[in-house]
Design a protein around this ligand. Structure first.
Ligand SMILES: NC(=O)c1ccc[n+]([C@@H]2O[C@H](COP(=O)([O-])OP(=O)(O)OC[C@H]3O[C@@H](n4cnc5c(N)ncnc54)[C@H](OP(=O)(O)O)[C@@H]3O)[C@@H](O)[C@H]2O)c1
Length: 263
């Protein structure tokens, strides 16, 4: 996707994959610089550690307390988080939602769930409810983002009766656990909660769609998977590195070719 973008604009650059073990980031950064990297994306488990290593961070990184996009300046690193904006771009493109009218349940309060819940708290949605397998994470996050929210930020225990009640009132369900990465994973919620009129954004993506997206569509709900978010967070990173508008059509075509399907 990124290389298709570089090619479309005649930029002489490559986008390479480098695996760095957890905890090795401080030692790896001088190596990346020496190799000639002018910037990078980083993902699990490095986003929080990268935030701490960037001397400058913009508002999106501070909001998420994590960094997924880095510009390597002469002596420092400048960090950004394009996840929340990328997710918003994807949702806008598909559904053009007014968040203030939405009752939203976010399942999963790890890195991505935290980033999206923080952004949504500031959007003044009608209701925001959090849920996480380990409940203390959801409770902590709700307390942190409460000052940003218009109403109260609720918390329900995973697969409890309260979770079922909250699902009935929800218009937009955001799935942000890692369940679904494998086709053998169970659904993150009982399939009876998937109904017509419910919108589902699954941040996870797979070539042949996640079990959640497949089930949701079969039961008449509108469901998107995380490929749109991946495209748009990448397009925003492209803009940050190059200072140029991302050639979205070319990047989308490359991604769809790799995925073997359309978004
Ligand atoms: N579309 C995109 O562009 C994009 C970008 C980044 C990530 N993602 C997707 O988002 C997912 C989450 O990423 P992350 O960075 O937030 O990861 P993370 O920080 O490791 O958080 C993982 C989350 O999944 C939950 N979880 C893990 N295994 C579970 C299980 N067996 N049952 C129930 N809950 C489980 C965790 O709950 P506990 O707190 O209880 O452990 C936690 O809430 C990834 O799998 C990835 O596919 C998509």
């Amino acid at each position: 996707m990124q290389e298709a973008g570089f090619q479309a604009l005649g930029i002489d650059a490559e986008y390479l994959r480098v695996e760095i073990p957890d905890g090795d980031l401080p030692a790896a950064i001088p190596q990346l610089r020496k190799t000639g990297f002018r910037g990078w994306n980083c993902t699990l488990p490095h986003k929080e550690a990268m935030f701490a290593l960037c001397k400058e961070t913009d508002a999106t990184a501070k909001e998420a307390a994590s960094v997924n996009t880095v510009v390597a300046l002469e002596s420092d690193l400048r960090g950004y988080s394009t996840d929340a904006d990328g997710w918003e771009d994807a949702v806008k493109e598909a559904w053009n939602l007014d968040f203030r009218a939405q009752r939203i349940l976010v399942l999963g309060c790890g890195g991505v769930g935290r980033t999206l819940a923080t952004r949504l708290a500031g959007k003044g949605c009608r209701a925001l409810v959090l849920c996480n397998r380990s409940p203390e994470k959801a409770n902590r996050l709700a307390k942190e983002i409460q000052p940003l929210a218009k109403g109260s930020v609720g918390v329900v225990a995973w697969n409890s009766p309260e979770f079922g009640e909250a699902m009935q009132k929800t218009n937009l369900f955001i799935h942000a656990t890692s369940l679904g990465l494998s086709s053998h994973d169970p659904l993150p919620l009982p399939k009876t909660y998937l109904r017509p009129g419910l919108k589902i954004y699954d941040t996870v993506y797979r070539k042949e769609f996640t079990p959640l997206v497949r089930q949701a569509r079969a039961r008449g709900a509108e469901a998107l998977d995380g490929l749109g978010m991946l495209l748009h967070q990448g397009a925003r990173a492209f803009r940050i590195w190059t200072g140029k508008e991302a050639p979205l059509k070319d990047m989308r075509r490359a991604m769809e070719q790799a995925a073997g399907r359309s978004l």
